[in-house]
Design a protein around this ligand. Sequence first.
Ligand code: MN
Ligand code: MN
Length: 285
Amino acid sequence: MSYGLAYAGAESEYNDAEAVIFGIPYDHTACFKAGAREAPTAIRRASYNFEEIHFEHGIHQRRLEVYDYGNCDDFILPEDMFAEVDFAVRPAINDGKFTVAIGGEHSINIPIVRAFPEKSIALISIDAHLDSRGEYLGTPNSHACVMRRAAEHLGLDNVYVLGARAIGEEELDRDDVVPFISSYDIMDMGIEKAIGKALDEVKAEKVYLTVDIDGIDPAFAPGTGTPEPFGLMPMDVKKVINIIGERLVGFDVNEVCPPADPSGITSILAARLINEALAVHAKHL
Ligand code: MN
Ligand code: MN
């Protein structure tokens, strides 16, 4: 754990906290451009840009008691990062805290999902990619394998990707394709219908939302390792968080790459999405 600037408004102690924020500065399986290790700090700094309330959730809305754990230690091998995340995050999940993790690359989601009991949650992912490979560049724990690992723990009927548009042949030419709705179909059907379909089809009642920032169009989120045109709108993701609503039990945002984000706008969007998840959780307490 490292100490530095805490997330804006995260002033509680652990025992009093309803939500806990973790930074997981890991990017060693990134294939195109590293730098996501800098995101927890950049996103915490960006969190000071906002009003304390978001009026659309009610001007007197109760705000959560939030504790910022700081950053997990960094390691080279994903398996070592998994052990560190398990050590940090599993107790908070067991204590019934709403967990918010700031990546790092998308592989930070693998140990978080495993900290929940098997088949107890559904994992919905916002991502340009399906991340459903068995292994990638010699490791089953790459950020390109997140949804395949989640399906092993939660069941194929408890994973869903929204916004996918860059998918490998080996991800589609198989019997156990990870369920998804492409960004092209979302543009046609609307995000409300798309998230409604995902929520109807997953089996578990509780939902964890993982936001790979490259799911959003690079015009709005340019600072990421593998930008992919034709993405979702930021407002789409805000709506997804709100429609999941009381079913939401945890949230992470990953693949923000500050060295590729000179204006800082990608970190600002990531922080605003974290605030949205916290506000929606508070509304349903
Ligand atoms: Mn992606
Ligand atoms: Mn991803």
